[in-house]
Design a protein. Structure first.
Length: 313
Protein backbone atom coordinates (compact mmCIF):
# COMPACT_ATOMS: atom_id res chain seq x y z
CA UNK A 1 0.00 0.00 0.00
CA UNK A 2 1.39 3.38 -0.90
CA UNK A 3 0.34 6.87 0.19
CA UNK A 4 1.33 10.47 -0.50
CA UNK A 5 2.20 12.42 2.62
CA UNK A 6 2.36 16.25 2.88
CA UNK A 7 4.36 17.73 5.72
CA UNK A 8 3.56 21.21 7.16
CA UNK A 9 6.71 22.68 5.60
CA UNK A 10 5.77 21.26 2.18
CA UNK A 11 2.29 22.79 2.42
CA UNK A 12 3.72 26.21 3.31
CA UNK A 13 6.09 26.04 0.34
CA UNK A 14 3.26 25.09 -2.01
CA UNK A 15 1.18 28.07 -0.90
CA UNK A 16 4.12 30.41 -1.47
CA UNK A 17 4.64 28.98 -5.00
CA UNK A 18 0.97 29.51 -5.87
CA UNK A 19 1.15 33.12 -4.71
CA UNK A 20 4.28 33.68 -6.85
CA UNK A 21 2.61 32.21 -9.95
CA UNK A 22 -0.47 34.39 -9.43
CA UNK A 23 1.69 37.52 -9.19
CA UNK A 24 3.62 36.53 -12.31
CA UNK A 25 0.41 36.12 -14.30
CA UNK A 26 -0.72 39.62 -13.31
CA UNK A 27 2.56 41.14 -14.47
CA UNK A 28 3.02 38.93 -17.59
CA UNK A 29 4.46 40.72 -20.64
CA UNK A 30 1.84 41.83 -23.16
CA UNK A 31 1.55 39.85 -26.39
CA UNK A 32 3.89 40.98 -29.15
CA UNK A 33 2.20 42.87 -31.98
CA UNK A 34 1.79 41.05 -35.27
CA UNK A 35 4.67 41.40 -37.72
CA UNK A 36 4.26 44.34 -40.06
CA UNK A 37 3.82 43.57 -43.77
CA UNK A 38 6.96 43.94 -45.85
CA UNK A 39 7.04 47.04 -48.03
CA UNK A 40 7.09 46.51 -51.79
CA UNK A 41 10.56 46.27 -53.35
CA UNK A 42 11.76 46.04 -56.95
CA UNK A 43 11.38 42.50 -58.26
CA UNK A 44 13.79 40.66 -60.53
CA UNK A 45 11.46 41.45 -63.43
CA UNK A 46 11.58 45.14 -62.48
CA UNK A 47 15.39 45.10 -62.47
CA UNK A 48 15.55 43.42 -65.87
CA UNK A 49 13.05 45.91 -67.31
CA UNK A 50 15.07 48.87 -65.98
CA UNK A 51 18.43 47.54 -67.24
CA UNK A 52 20.24 49.17 -70.16
CA UNK A 53 22.08 47.72 -73.17
CA UNK A 54 25.46 48.00 -71.41
CA UNK A 55 24.20 45.65 -68.66
CA UNK A 56 24.09 42.75 -71.12
CA UNK A 57 26.60 40.82 -73.19
CA UNK A 58 26.07 38.74 -76.31
CA UNK A 59 27.18 35.11 -76.41
CA UNK A 60 30.50 34.44 -78.14
CA UNK A 61 29.57 32.44 -81.27
CA UNK A 62 32.79 30.40 -81.05
CA UNK A 63 31.86 29.19 -77.57
CA UNK A 64 28.13 28.71 -78.13
CA UNK A 65 26.79 25.24 -78.94
CA UNK A 66 23.39 24.37 -80.38
CA UNK A 67 22.19 20.86 -79.53
CA UNK A 68 19.27 20.05 -81.78
CA UNK A 69 16.80 17.58 -80.28
CA UNK A 70 13.53 16.33 -81.78
CA UNK A 71 11.83 18.55 -79.21
CA UNK A 72 13.82 21.74 -79.88
CA UNK A 73 17.15 23.53 -79.50
CA UNK A 74 19.33 23.48 -76.38
CA UNK A 75 21.92 26.28 -76.21
CA UNK A 76 25.13 25.83 -74.22
CA UNK A 77 27.84 28.37 -73.50
CA UNK A 78 31.36 27.05 -72.98
CA UNK A 79 33.70 28.60 -70.40
CA UNK A 80 37.21 28.35 -71.88
CA UNK A 81 38.66 30.64 -69.19
CA UNK A 82 38.12 27.79 -66.72
CA UNK A 83 38.66 24.75 -68.96
CA UNK A 84 40.49 25.81 -72.13
CA UNK A 85 41.74 22.38 -73.26
CA UNK A 86 38.41 20.67 -72.60
CA UNK A 87 36.43 23.41 -74.35
CA UNK A 88 38.76 23.13 -77.36
CA UNK A 89 38.29 19.36 -77.51
CA UNK A 90 34.52 19.68 -77.33
CA UNK A 91 34.60 22.13 -80.24
CA UNK A 92 36.75 19.64 -82.16
CA UNK A 93 34.24 16.87 -81.45
CA UNK A 94 31.37 19.08 -82.59
CA UNK A 95 33.15 20.08 -85.80
CA UNK A 96 33.72 16.47 -86.77
CA UNK A 97 30.00 15.81 -86.14
CA UNK A 98 30.73 13.38 -83.34
CA UNK A 99 27.54 14.02 -81.38
CA UNK A 100 25.22 13.76 -84.39
CA UNK A 101 23.12 10.63 -84.04
CA UNK A 102 24.13 9.94 -80.44
CA UNK A 103 21.70 10.03 -77.54
CA UNK A 104 20.64 11.33 -74.19
CA UNK A 105 21.62 8.24 -72.22
CA UNK A 106 20.85 9.09 -68.60
CA UNK A 107 18.31 11.01 -66.56
CA UNK A 108 18.68 10.67 -62.81
CA UNK A 109 16.02 12.20 -60.58
CA UNK A 110 17.17 15.34 -58.79
CA UNK A 111 20.68 15.03 -60.22
CA UNK A 112 21.79 15.09 -63.87
CA UNK A 113 20.92 14.42 -67.49
CA UNK A 114 23.80 12.98 -69.53
CA UNK A 115 24.41 12.53 -73.25
CA UNK A 116 26.95 10.71 -75.40
CA UNK A 117 27.60 7.25 -76.80
CA UNK A 118 25.75 4.43 -75.01
CA UNK A 119 27.78 1.68 -76.71
CA UNK A 120 30.87 0.99 -74.61
CA UNK A 121 31.77 -2.18 -76.52
CA UNK A 122 31.77 -0.61 -80.00
CA UNK A 123 32.00 3.15 -79.45
CA UNK A 124 31.71 5.72 -82.19
CA UNK A 125 35.23 6.70 -83.32
CA UNK A 126 36.46 10.29 -83.29
CA UNK A 127 39.63 12.18 -84.21
CA UNK A 128 39.64 14.62 -81.29
CA UNK A 129 41.85 13.94 -78.27
CA UNK A 130 41.02 10.75 -76.40
CA UNK A 131 42.55 12.09 -73.20
CA UNK A 132 42.40 15.62 -71.81
CA UNK A 133 44.13 16.59 -68.61
CA UNK A 134 41.64 17.35 -65.85
CA UNK A 135 40.74 21.01 -65.49
CA UNK A 136 39.01 20.91 -62.12
CA UNK A 137 40.35 24.35 -61.17
CA UNK A 138 41.95 27.32 -62.89
CA UNK A 139 44.27 30.11 -61.90
CA UNK A 140 42.47 33.12 -60.43
CA UNK A 141 44.52 35.45 -62.63
CA UNK A 142 43.38 33.63 -65.79
CA UNK A 143 39.67 33.40 -65.01
CA UNK A 144 38.64 37.00 -65.62
CA UNK A 145 36.57 39.37 -63.51
CA UNK A 146 35.05 37.98 -60.33
CA UNK A 147 32.09 39.58 -58.56
CA UNK A 148 31.90 38.23 -55.04
CA UNK A 149 28.70 37.42 -53.19
CA UNK A 150 28.66 38.82 -49.67
CA UNK A 151 26.54 35.99 -48.25
CA UNK A 152 29.24 33.37 -47.68
CA UNK A 153 29.33 29.70 -48.64
CA UNK A 154 29.70 26.23 -47.14
CA UNK A 155 32.02 24.78 -49.79
CA UNK A 156 34.49 27.56 -50.61
CA UNK A 157 36.19 30.56 -48.98
CA UNK A 158 34.64 32.87 -51.58
CA UNK A 159 31.85 32.51 -54.15
CA UNK A 160 30.44 34.79 -56.80
CA UNK A 161 30.25 35.09 -60.56
CA UNK A 162 32.84 35.25 -63.31
CA UNK A 163 31.52 36.54 -66.63
CA UNK A 164 28.10 34.99 -66.12
CA UNK A 165 29.16 31.70 -64.55
CA UNK A 166 28.75 30.76 -60.87
CA UNK A 167 32.23 30.32 -59.48
CA UNK A 168 34.17 29.76 -56.27
CA UNK A 169 37.73 30.57 -55.37
CA UNK A 170 40.40 30.22 -52.74
CA UNK A 171 42.71 33.26 -52.62
CA UNK A 172 45.18 31.40 -50.42
CA UNK A 173 45.87 28.84 -53.15
CA UNK A 174 45.25 31.20 -56.07
CA UNK A 175 42.73 28.77 -57.57
CA UNK A 176 39.18 29.20 -58.81
CA UNK A 177 36.57 26.81 -60.20
CA UNK A 178 33.08 26.63 -61.66
CA UNK A 179 30.42 25.21 -59.37
CA UNK A 180 27.79 22.49 -59.77
CA UNK A 181 24.76 24.77 -59.78
CA UNK A 182 21.65 23.81 -61.77
CA UNK A 183 22.13 24.20 -65.55
CA UNK A 184 25.93 23.84 -65.29
CA UNK A 185 27.54 21.41 -67.74
CA UNK A 186 30.19 18.95 -66.62
CA UNK A 187 32.44 16.39 -68.27
CA UNK A 188 31.68 12.77 -67.39
CA UNK A 189 34.73 10.70 -66.45
CA UNK A 190 35.80 7.34 -65.07
CA UNK A 191 37.80 6.91 -61.85
CA UNK A 192 40.97 8.48 -63.23
CA UNK A 193 41.06 12.28 -63.09
CA UNK A 194 42.18 12.59 -66.73
CA UNK A 195 39.59 10.22 -68.23
CA UNK A 196 37.06 12.89 -69.25
CA UNK A 197 37.56 14.29 -72.75
CA UNK A 198 34.18 15.94 -73.42
CA UNK A 199 32.68 13.10 -75.45
CA UNK A 200 30.13 12.55 -72.68
CA UNK A 201 28.61 15.58 -71.01
CA UNK A 202 25.99 16.10 -68.33
CA UNK A 203 23.88 18.97 -67.03
CA UNK A 204 22.76 19.46 -63.42
CA UNK A 205 18.95 19.33 -63.27
CA UNK A 206 18.35 19.05 -59.52
CA UNK A 207 19.66 20.32 -56.23
CA UNK A 208 23.20 21.62 -56.59
CA UNK A 209 25.63 18.69 -55.98
CA UNK A 210 28.42 20.98 -54.79
CA UNK A 211 30.36 18.04 -53.36
CA UNK A 212 31.41 17.41 -56.96
CA UNK A 213 33.19 20.77 -57.20
CA UNK A 214 36.91 20.37 -57.93
CA UNK A 215 36.38 16.67 -58.69
CA UNK A 216 35.03 17.02 -62.23
CA UNK A 217 35.76 19.48 -65.02
CA UNK A 218 32.85 21.91 -65.33
CA UNK A 219 32.93 23.39 -68.81
CA UNK A 220 29.90 25.63 -69.26
CA UNK A 221 26.22 26.31 -68.73
CA UNK A 222 22.90 25.74 -70.47
CA UNK A 223 21.61 29.14 -71.56
CA UNK A 224 18.31 28.03 -73.08
CA UNK A 225 16.39 24.78 -73.36
CA UNK A 226 16.77 23.46 -69.81
CA UNK A 227 13.15 22.28 -69.84
CA UNK A 228 13.93 20.03 -72.81
CA UNK A 229 16.56 18.26 -70.70
CA UNK A 230 15.04 18.28 -67.21
CA UNK A 231 11.76 16.86 -68.53
CA UNK A 232 13.41 13.71 -69.90
CA UNK A 233 11.86 10.51 -68.51
CA UNK A 234 13.91 9.18 -65.62
CA UNK A 235 16.10 6.21 -66.41
CA UNK A 236 15.18 2.91 -64.81
CA UNK A 237 18.68 1.40 -64.57
CA UNK A 238 21.31 2.22 -61.96
CA UNK A 239 22.15 5.94 -61.67
CA UNK A 240 19.32 6.81 -64.02
CA UNK A 241 20.79 5.27 -67.18
CA UNK A 242 18.39 4.01 -69.84
CA UNK A 243 18.57 0.25 -70.19
CA UNK A 244 16.39 0.08 -73.31
CA UNK A 245 17.39 1.75 -76.61
CA UNK A 246 13.87 3.08 -77.20
CA UNK A 247 14.09 5.11 -73.99
CA UNK A 248 16.95 7.26 -75.29
CA UNK A 249 16.28 10.57 -77.03
CA UNK A 250 18.37 10.93 -80.20
CA UNK A 251 20.53 13.98 -80.79
CA UNK A 252 19.86 15.27 -84.29
CA UNK A 253 22.94 17.49 -84.43
CA UNK A 254 25.29 19.68 -82.38
CA UNK A 255 26.75 22.77 -84.02
CA UNK A 256 28.92 25.74 -83.04
CA UNK A 257 27.10 29.02 -83.57
CA UNK A 258 30.10 30.51 -85.38
CA UNK A 259 29.79 27.81 -88.05
CA UNK A 260 26.19 28.67 -88.91
CA UNK A 261 24.82 31.50 -91.06
CA UNK A 262 23.52 34.47 -89.09
CA UNK A 263 19.94 33.57 -90.04
CA UNK A 264 20.24 30.21 -88.27
CA UNK A 265 21.68 31.56 -85.02
CA UNK A 266 19.73 32.26 -81.86
CA UNK A 267 20.31 35.72 -80.42
CA UNK A 268 20.66 35.42 -76.66
CA UNK A 269 22.23 37.80 -74.18
CA UNK A 270 23.36 37.23 -70.59
CA UNK A 271 23.24 39.96 -67.96
CA UNK A 272 26.78 41.05 -67.13
CA UNK A 273 27.50 39.79 -63.64
CA UNK A 274 29.95 42.63 -63.03
CA UNK A 275 27.24 45.27 -63.60
CA UNK A 276 25.27 47.32 -61.08
CA UNK A 277 22.10 45.92 -62.64
CA UNK A 278 23.19 42.42 -61.70
CA UNK A 279 23.83 43.43 -58.10
CA UNK A 280 20.30 44.81 -58.05
CA UNK A 281 19.02 41.52 -59.52
CA UNK A 282 20.71 39.49 -56.78
CA UNK A 283 19.43 41.83 -54.08
CA UNK A 284 15.90 41.56 -55.46
CA UNK A 285 16.07 37.83 -54.74
CA UNK A 286 17.94 38.20 -51.46
CA UNK A 287 15.48 40.72 -49.98
CA UNK A 288 12.14 40.14 -51.64
CA UNK A 289 9.44 42.63 -50.76
CA UNK A 290 5.72 42.28 -50.05
CA UNK A 291 2.89 41.69 -50.27
CA UNK A 292 3.30 37.99 -51.12
CA UNK A 293 6.57 37.54 -49.21
CA UNK A 294 5.98 37.68 -45.45
CA UNK A 295 9.59 37.18 -44.29
CA UNK A 296 12.56 38.29 -46.40
CA UNK A 297 15.46 35.83 -46.29
CA UNK A 298 18.12 38.52 -46.24
CA UNK A 299 20.56 35.96 -47.65
CA UNK A 300 21.10 34.13 -50.90
CA UNK A 301 23.24 31.15 -51.80
CA UNK A 302 25.34 30.99 -54.93
CA UNK A 303 23.14 28.56 -56.81
CA UNK A 304 19.99 30.57 -56.07
CA UNK A 305 21.45 33.82 -57.40
CA UNK A 306 19.74 34.42 -60.76
CA UNK A 307 21.71 34.89 -63.97
CA UNK A 308 19.20 36.59 -66.28
CA UNK A 309 19.14 35.60 -69.95
CA UNK A 310 17.07 37.19 -72.68
CA UNK A 311 16.50 36.53 -76.36
CA UNK A 312 16.76 39.37 -78.84
CA UNK A 313 14.10 39.06 -81.53
Amino acid sequence: MSAFFTTPSMATGALALLALLATASVHAAPAKPAAQPLPPRPSLADVIKASGPSDWRALDPENTLYMELPTGRVILELAPAFAPATAANIRALVRERYFDGLFIIRSQEGFVVQWGDPDEDNPKPFKAAKTVKAEFTASIKDAGNFTRLKDGDVYAPQVGHANGFPAARDPASGRTWLTHCPAMVGVARDEGADTGNGSQLYVVIGHAPRQLDRNITVVGRVISGMALLSSQPRGTAASGFYDKPEQRMPIKAVRIAADLPEAERSRFEVMRTDSAAYQAAVDAQRNRGGPWTKVAAGKIDLCSAPIPVREQK
